[in-house]
Design a protein around this ligand. Sequence first.
Ligand code: ZN
Length: 511
Amino acid sequence: MSTNKDKLVIFDTTLRDGEQSPGASMTKDEKIRIARMLERMRVDVIEAGFAIASPGDFEAVQAVAEAVKDSRVCSLARAVGPDIIRAGEALKNANASRIHTFIATSPIHMKYKLQMEPEDVLRQAVEAVKTARQFTDDVEFSLEDGSRSEPEFMYRIIEAVINAGAGTINIPDTVGYGEPGEYGAMFKRVIESVPNSDKAIFSTHCHNDLGLAVANSLSAVMNGVRQVECTINGLGERAGNASLEEIVMAVRTRQDLYPVETQIDATHIVPTSRMVSSITGFPVQPNKAIVGANAFAHESGIHQDGVLKHRETYEIMRAQDVGWGHNRLVLGKHSGRAAVRARYEELGIHFEDAGEFQLIFERFKELADKKHEIFDEDLHSLVAGVEAPVEHFQLEDLEVRSKIGTLPQAHIRLLIEGESHRAEAYGSGPVDATFKAIESIADSKAELKLYSVNAVTQGTDSQGTVTVRLERDGRLVNGVGADTDILVASAQAYLDALNLLASGERKKKGV
Ligand SMILES: [Zn+2]
């Protein structure tokens, strides 16, 4: 890192705002796995959740705070005492913690949502920051719907919360309405108008409703902002948040323009993107910048020729710098226990007990028999498959017949608490027939909300990762299955979802 540039703080909110996208719910273990990847990537601040939202959220924040050592761990809290105390408790064991407290400051939100006078909002904000400072010396204050707030009021509240001890001031574009020139200019005015603005770091939090989240964030950076709130793959409510990988690589690629640099180790970007995608069941579009499958594929003959002659003619970044192909080929049929375990350690995945690792190692061997080369992505998907807390339903056998002009038929055998059950069903396709056969045994009354198949790696011997989302009584679960046979993967994913529904571990519905 050169010394003449300011540091841009990367604040990742995949586990909080990202998780709020409907259907992107994560279990505590999944959050810990993602947090460890973010830590390896050298993300500065990890927003782990909203501690008061539910006991599950509290436990997840607490678990991430305990698992992560190098990144600061943050919890969101409304600007009210009980929220802040709960956040403080969840973060108690963190190496470095932050409380992020917020209150709405736009006339429309104050009047209709809070039903409070501006002066009372200001008083409450100051009080909240002071309370938060009793738990940590790192407090962030957000002006919810800040970009639609009255400038004079905004300056006064910012000055007051900085005096009360807030070190970071976040002005989000909560509804995704901002435009880069306007949003950047707002920060410039705020920083110039608030007398003690030099005592705080200013931060952006942009939503992508108009596809401008990254542009708005970068414009703010050009106008004095030194923290960007973002998520892996741009995950987030509605159209999502600013994407971490795009922010980081824009700043890095255009060092000639940006007055800042980040400490991110970009080689972890692609593996982390894959992990978030497989955990949430949200595939990454092939043409997505940086992490899409085609992001570095130079199809046209002219481009290929140019790239071969001199890479920089068409490539502005190197694929390996963001983790494509980086250490991907790792293991095979003859790899032993120690090698597999060591590679998992390198990926930030630790096994608490020998039994858990044994199960993974057996799956690894099964996979290695079917597939020559085992990549990091395969290792991740093997782990994703073991997380069902109870194995109420287990797949014993599956046979599917599919022929053009006939209705596909599935024969299935399931093991339920040691007892074998068999069923058969027809369906409009082989997957439909498989699910119908499972349901004729399970009779879950769950509704299928999403079915998605992704190839884990390239090539026709690649594992297919299937995500099945089921809903029952307002509860949403994502089941995951991986196999070189996508029908087997589909059946496993469906059973995984049924097992999650059957278990006590709740995957909370996005709020
Ligand atoms: Zn948000």
